[in-house]
Design a protein around this ligand. Sequence first.
Ligand SMILES: [Zn+2]
Length: 162
Amino acid sequence: MPNEGRSKLDSADLNRVLRISGKVRSVFEKYEQKEGLNEAGGILLGNVAEDYVEIMDVTVPNRFDLGNFFSFVRARIPAQLRINKAWKKSSGSKIYLGEWHTHHEVKPSPSLDDRQMIAKAFKETKMEIDFLYLIIVGLNGTYWVGKQTGNGLIKVDNFEIS
Ligand SMILES: [Zn+2]
């Protein structure tokens, strides 16, 4: 991944915009948690540039994941295999950027479990970045986007969806 002489790509740069590709947006739309559907989710994959982070790909629920109306627990091993594959295929430019899941809410916000999950993922991740994103997909095209760093989870408003 790009590295301009820094040991880590720092998240202090708040001007780095989060971009969500059109392909990813259509996946989010497809899995929107309408009445009677279970929560869905997966991982975020993409690249980090000097002035933006782009989510290019996401994984979708597989048969190892556990989804019900109130929660989504992602199975660890299939996701890790997908991360490794994406990394290899992109020569190291497509990396793990965080987690996403749906909520049956018009104004989605993270639950306590969500906060603990992303904090844990951040602690355990062994990537060159010092942040992870959490995207919660609400109803009717609504989103809650947060960035987890060593200082906690903060809501992100500067994101672009194509
Ligand atoms: Zn949640």
